[in-house]
Design a protein around this ligand. Structure first.
Ligand SMILES: Cc1cc2nc3c(=O)[nH]c(=O)nc-3n(C[C@H](O)[C@H](O)[C@H](O)COP(=O)(O)OP(=O)(O)OC[C@H]3O[C@@H](n4cnc5c(N)ncnc54)[C@H](O)[C@@H]3O)c2cc1C
Length: 499
């Protein structure tokens, strides 16, 4: 690697994306690479992004992070899924858990057997057969052998970035404080040659990672990579975030509570709760949204409300010339299923797998862009499902969502499930069958039929199957400690940590 010509990597931006990228690059390549990160304290970060999904556990392991230390530093709690309130209709809730529900047969998912059992009066609720959901309901948690209880974290994103910064700097990354005034292009190749800071310093590089957030200074500002706007499918374009003090022990799940023009989140950490309202500005004014948010807070506000505006969609080329977009600069699809940090992780790991060798290859670029866009599109469809499949008819916003045309890919998935109870995970899709089944049924899409294999089972056999799975879940959950107790023992932060 001593002759590697592309070893000056510049990360522009020091939010969650910037430091996740820098930590992974520094950790993987060590001092082989000259890694510089530029960030501006004056501009700051977006300051939200607290709910995560299970692949982050693996990412942290790849980086060699000690979990208890990381959780203490970020005031994190465990997350077993998301509770969706008022999405199908007001007053109704369902849970999208991590992990699996029941036990699949090679020919048919568990839902087929559950549908047959329910028809014959032999089954409880679908969630009774899911360990994560039942544990979340009981507010219990423990690490189980073989990661049998799938989990993620609810964390303080600003602290996570600080934690990663320490790691990255320890592994050789150099941080430059300053505002990027200009992105300078090479006149011949059109590639980015350097970043010119307001103070006059020039930072040259071979490969640039754009982590400048919604500004997308490099990938769009300088290289004009283009943007696919998905507002017509994901119409929420505004959010207000606020932190409050805790009013009770943190629950091991995030809440997504629908309201007449969008939804609200509640994310409990060890020392406080993250709250926010997401809404569509065409249907709800900012002032009214703020009033709605403030009216539903459970604890005292700890900060001033943080107003954010965004356009849902994805950068057409996430890697263009010698610049790779990671984080919000690559696109944003609203935080409903907490997928943004995951998309950062996917982009960073993909970038490291496709690191240019002696020169940047257009084939690498094309492959990267295809894979990135596939991630975005699959997640996009999953998010649209929550808005489209609703029985809410109480506002113009929900009527718009119910009636909007949806992508063919999603239509096929919904109608296949409705007709046959089948759902297929394609091409390393993030959301597996269990996620689709839980959300589709939660949003009121109930299959009209199930796989004939389920009819083969007698009442006795089907009843025993349900009973065995249900009681195994029940017994395991009964043996778990309370979530709060476990957090306190495993990674409880002291008052000094919380300050
Ligand atoms: C309302 C909302 C809720 C969210 N909730 C979640 C969630 O629960 N889970 C989840 O996974 N994701 C969530 N996200 C997304 C998540 O916040 C982001 O993916 C994550 O914070 C990464 O942001 P970023 O680093 O790309 O951008 P930012 O945090 O905006 O960082 C940009 C960086 O670029 C720097 N910068 C910009 N311009 C310049 C310049 N001219 N010169 C120098 N530096 C510059 C800034 O100083 C900063 O360091 C949410 C997003 C929003 C909007």
């Amino acid at each position: 690697m001593s002759g590697w010509p592309l070893k000056r990597i510049v990360v522009a931006g020091g939010g969650t994306a910037g430091w996740m990228a820098a930590a992974a690059i520094a950790r993987t390549l060590g001092r082989v690479v000259e890694l510089t990160l530029v960030e501006s304290d004056a501009i700051g970060t977006v300051g939200v992004g607290e709910s995560t999904i299970p692949p982050l556990v693996a990412y942290n392991r790849i980086l060699g992070i000690n979990e208890a230390e990381f959780m203490r530093a970020t005031q994190a709690t465990f997350k077993l899924g998301i509770q969706f309130d008022n999405w199908l209709e007001e007053g109704k809730s369902y849970f999208h858990s991590f992990g699996l529900t029941g036990k699949d047969h090679w020919s048919a998912g568990f839902q087929h057997f559950w549908l047959a059992a329910r028809e014959r009066g032999l089954a409880g609720n679908y969630g009774d057969y899911c360990l994560e959901l039942t544990a979340a309901d009981a507010q219990k948690f423990a690490h189980l052998p073989d990661d049998r209880l799938a989990y993620a974290y609810q964390l303080d994103a600003t602290r996570y970035a600080k934690f990663l910064r320490q790691m990255a700097e320890g592994a050789g990354a150099v941080r430059r404080e300053g505002k990027i005034a200009e992105v300078e292009l090479d006149g011949e190749s059109g590639n980015i040659a350097s970043l010119l800071l307001e103070c006059g310093e020039r930072i040259e590089g071979d490969l640039f990672v754009d982590c400048t957030g919604f500004r997308a200074l490099l990938i769009e500002g300088a290289l004009e990579a283009g943007f696919d706007d998905w507002t017509h499918w994901l119409p929420c374009d505004s959010a207000i975030a606020i932190q409050t003090g805790s009013v009770g022990p943190p629950v091991p799940f995030t809440r997504a509570i629908a309201h007449a023009e969008g939804w609200q989140w509640r994310i409990p950490l060890q020392h406080r709760v993250g709250n926010g309202i997401v809404f569509c500005s065409k249907f709800l004014e900012r002032g009214a949204a703020l009033e709605r948010l403030m009216g539903t807070l459970q604890g005292d506000a700890l900060i001033k409300p943080n107003h954010l505006a965004f356009t849902t969609g994805a950068r057409r080329k996430q890697w263009h010339r010698n610049c790779i977009a990671v984080g919000l600069s690559g696109g944003f699809m609203e935080p409903l299923e907490a997928t943004s940090i995951h998309l950062i992780q996917r982009a960073v790991l993909r970038m490291l797998r496709m690191l240019p060798l002696t020169e940047i290859s257009q084939r690498d670029i094309d492959e990267f862009n295809e894979q990135q866009m596939q991630d975005f599109v699959q997640i996009r469809d999953f998010l649209i499902l929550h808005y489209k499949a609703t029985e809410r008819d109480d506002s113009d916003f929900w009527r718009y969502c119910r009636n909007m045309p949806i992508p063919d890919t999603l239509d096929q998935k919904i109608e296949l499930f409705r007709e046959t109870g089948r759902v297929f995970r394609k091409n390393e899709e993030l959301f597996a069958e269990n996620s689709w089944v839980q959300v589709m049924m939660g949003q009121g899409i109930v299959p009209r039929a199930y796989h004939p294999i389920a009819t083969k089972l007698s009442d006795d056999e089907l009843g025993r199957l349900m009973q065995t799975i249900g009681s195994s879940v029940e017994q395991t959950v009964a043996s778990l400690p309370g979530h709060q107790d476990y957090v306190t023992r495993y990674c409880g932060a002291s008052a000094a940590d919380a300050a």
